[in-house]
Design a protein around this ligand. Structure first.
Ligand code: IPD
Ligand code: CA
Ligand code: CA
Length: 258
């Protein structure tokens, strides 16, 4: 029932995203001039919450636009109603819905759906990760110098040592391709699918990575914070790779690779 509700909610939200991506919608601004939310983010969130609460009215919910609906439950749904909102608002078909489910503080299931590419990703703890019906496996690349990477940048620039632009320029100066798609959930799914060898980002929220990090782990990859410690979606830093380039990528990020 948990899994079918997860699929139903992600499908409904994905269909809505697809219906509305090239249409008209109102836009509001959150903390910065570029951190926006559209009426479709809110409609997607409402649709997902309705579906979950019909089946599981006592489950805890954490969702980007509405915040926390605290419940005394072992289960917590972590929702990003549109990941890649700027892409969505510009009609760029690289955006998705992302939903993760924790049980007793452990991520047990996640779904990410990009309807514009007809790509539905789902992962279940211990059961693997799938794109539509195909089982996913991370890539085999062993060297950062030959890797294809992806990253993202926060809405408000982080001026810290080894910050986003510093790490980006360190890699780009060596000619290493680092893409920037604009949706962390898709970035993570594409690492799981072997399209990217690794992903890192300096400032994510739990809803950006909840489903995607399980996808990478279940496809045989590795996900940690910048120190190589076990990943928690409740802290900002993420490195998610095929496992083989993981330790080396951590060194590039901390500038200890030479
Ligand atoms: C954003 C995207 C983007 C990442 C930002 C996130 P949103 O989420 O995942 O790739 O770089 O840090 O905030 O705002 O589109 O849901
Ligand atoms: Ca997001
Ligand atoms: Ca969002």
């Amino acid at each position: 029932m948990l899994k079918s509700t997860l699929i139903k909610a992600a499908q409904a939200a994905g269909n809505l995203i697809q219906e509305r991506i090239n249409g008209k919608f109102t836009i509001e601004f959150k903390d910065g001039p570029n951190n926006l939310v559209t009426e479709v983010d809110k409609a997607s969130e409402a649709l997902i919450m309705d579906i979950i609460r019909k089946e599981f009215p006592d489950h805890f919910i954490l969702s980007e636009e509405i915040g926390e609906i605290k419940m005394d439950s072992a289960y917590k749904w972590i929702i990003d109603p549109i990941d890649g909102t700027i892409n969505f608002a510009n009609g760029i078909p690289l955006c998705c819905v992302s939903i993760g489910i924790e049980k007793n503080e452990e991520m047990i299931m996640g779904a990410v759906y990009n309807p514009m590419m007809n790509e539905f990703f789902i992962a279940e703890k211990g059961q693997g990760a799938f794109l539509n019906d195909r089982r996913l496996e991370v890539s085999k690349q062993h060297k950062v110098k030959h890797a294809c990477l992806v990253t993202g940048f926060p809405y408000t620039y982080l001026d810290v040592p080894n910050g986003p632009l510093e790490v980006f320029s360190r890699l780009i100066r060596e000619g290493i391709p680092v893409r920037r798609l604009g949706s962390a959930a898709i970035d993570l799914c594409w690492v799981a699918a072997g399209r990217f060898d690794g992903f890192y980002e300096h400032k994510l929220m739990a809803w950006d990575s909840a489903a995607g990090f399980l996808m990478v782990e279940e496809a045989g990859g590795k996900v940690t914070d910048f120190k190589g410690h076990q990943y928690s979606p409740y802290q900002p830093h993420i490195v998610a790779t095929n496992g083989k380039i993981h330790d080396e990528l951590l060194k590039w990020i901390s500038n200890t690779h030479n």
